[in-house]
Design a protein around this ligand. Structure first.
Ligand code: PMP
Length: 416
């Protein structure tokens, strides 16, 4: 198994000068949920579907930078487009027309997009979506779906989180996913006060099996939002462009009023986009919203190259096929060692859980054994497929996962 002396030495340096060493979900206490000793902490190089940590260990990566790696790290076409643009200009006093080119491409590609507004992170777009819904309706309340994650702005955090005020979340209402009656009741109870409903296209939360929309669910949500004048916001930051290039709302057969994109938009270059319907264009235009780097041209060039290539290779079909091949193989590998592995969510963003252990420790043990043998997965968070992944990589992954199951089985011979 791999060892990580250089990663751990780097982390020791980091803790002295960076709050928590590595903050957020990439940090050892948040991201991997398993002991630091079993997990690399710093990478040094990435190419295609793989990265190498600072100790020189190689991984087939199923986290894809938590989403942005959609074509493969260092994709030649995206890099070439970015380099060409970088030689011309990047951040300038006025924007480049490449911003317009990308907006036109998104309007052409995304079914519910009549316009596009660019920013940097997913959270920039979810915050703008909430502000737009409030500006358009002059109402305050927002409906959330249980298990949501929309970024880290105070409005999207929980009351008991440090630094969050009661006022920040006072207008948040939460309903369970796939529960139309709960939505109907909430809309009636707060009639005339709800500005918007924000939801991921399916429930891809952490620590729980991911859940797909029930038949007719989204169509019923759409109807209820229309009846109550509520802006329907789809947070496609994570799933966007992995299920359907026309948007995950299109994939599930409905149309959002606002849709948030980020992760897969530019293969790792920094750009996000809020797209929406014509009737909200004046409202979004009225909002004070911008940032130092939001019109930088290089990421726009990268995004155009990314979307163009995703389209040409029909990447969503490839993700579904390889995701299914992988999860089916992993489930069989588990069964061969008398474990039950549950895969949930969409195959392009599969979520894994070992069903034999409510404490979750067995799952973490298996994940650690995979990671230490070169398959980078994580526990209690969905995974991601990228277009550089091959069937050979998938089969190699299943082999390594089988070894990991057999090691865990030897350690726990009586577990059932
Ligand atoms: N919404 C969803 C569904 C996400 O997965 C994320 C990022 N994990 C965000 C919003 C926030 O995006 P960012 O971290 O780029 O601000």
């Amino acid at each position: 198994p791999y060892e990580y002396p250089l990663s751990r030495a780097a982390f020791a340096r980091a803790t002295k000068v960076i709050p928590s060493g590595i903050y957020g979900h990439q940090g050892p206490s948040e991201g991997c949920y398993i002991p630091q000793a079993s997990f690399p902490l710093f990478s040094s190089r990435a190419e295609g579907t793989r990265f190498w940590d600072v100790d020189g260990n190689e991984y087939i990566d199923y986290m894809c930078g938590y989403g942005p790696n959609v074509l493969g790290y260092g994709d030649d076409e995206v890099h070439a487009a970015a380099r060409t643009q970088a030689e011309l200009e990047d951040v300038v006093s006025i924007p480049s027309t490449i911003m317009v080119d990308l907006a036109e491409l998104l309007v052409e590609t995304v079914a519910s997009a009549d316009w596009a507004f660019f920013a940097k992170n997913g959270g920039d777009t979810t915050t703008l979506a909430i502000m737009t819904a409030r500006a358009a309706t002059r109402r305050k309340k927002i409906v959330f779906v249980k298990g949501y994650y929309h970024g880290v702005a105070p409005w999207s955090q929980k009351l008991d989180y440090p630094g969050v005020l009661e006022e920040d979340v006072a207008n948040n209402l939460t309903i369970p996913f796939n529960d139309i009656e709960a939505l109907r009741r909430t809309l009636e109870q707060h009639a005339g006060q709800i500005a918007g409903l924000i939801a991921q296209p399916y429930m891809h939360g952490n620590f729980v099996d991911n859940a797909l929309p029930a038949e007719g669910y989204w169509q019923a949500v759409r109807r209820l939002c229309d009846e109550h004048g509520v802006v329907l916001i789809v947070d496609d930051v994570r799933a966007g462009f992995r299920l359907d290039l026309a948007g995950s709302d299109h994939y599930y057969g409905f149309s959002a009023d606002l849709i948030c994109f980020c992760k897969a938009l530019a293969n790792g270059y920094n750009v996000s986009a809020l797209c929406g319907r014509d009737f909200l264009k004046d409202a979004v235009s009225s909002i004070t919203y911008t940032g130092s780097y939001w019109m930088s041209a290089v990421p726009f060039a990268a995004a155009i190259a990314t979307i163009t290539k995703l389209h040409r290779i029909d990447a969503p079909a490839q993700f579904a096929r390889l995701g299914t091949r992988l999860t089916t193989g992993l489930i069989t590998a588990a069964r061969n060692e008398a474990f039950t592995l549950v895969s949930s969510g969409e195959p392009a963003l599969f979520y894994l859980r070992l069903a034999d252990d409510d404490s979750l420790m067995l799952h973490q043990e298996w994940v650690a054994e995979c990671v230490q043998r070169g398959v980078f997965i994580t526990s209690h968070h969905n995974h991601f497929i990228n277009a550089a992944l091959t069937e050979t990589d998938v089969d190699m992954t299943i082999d390594i996962a089988s070894q990991a199951f057999s090691i865990v089985r030897k350690r726990h011979p009586l577990w059932s």
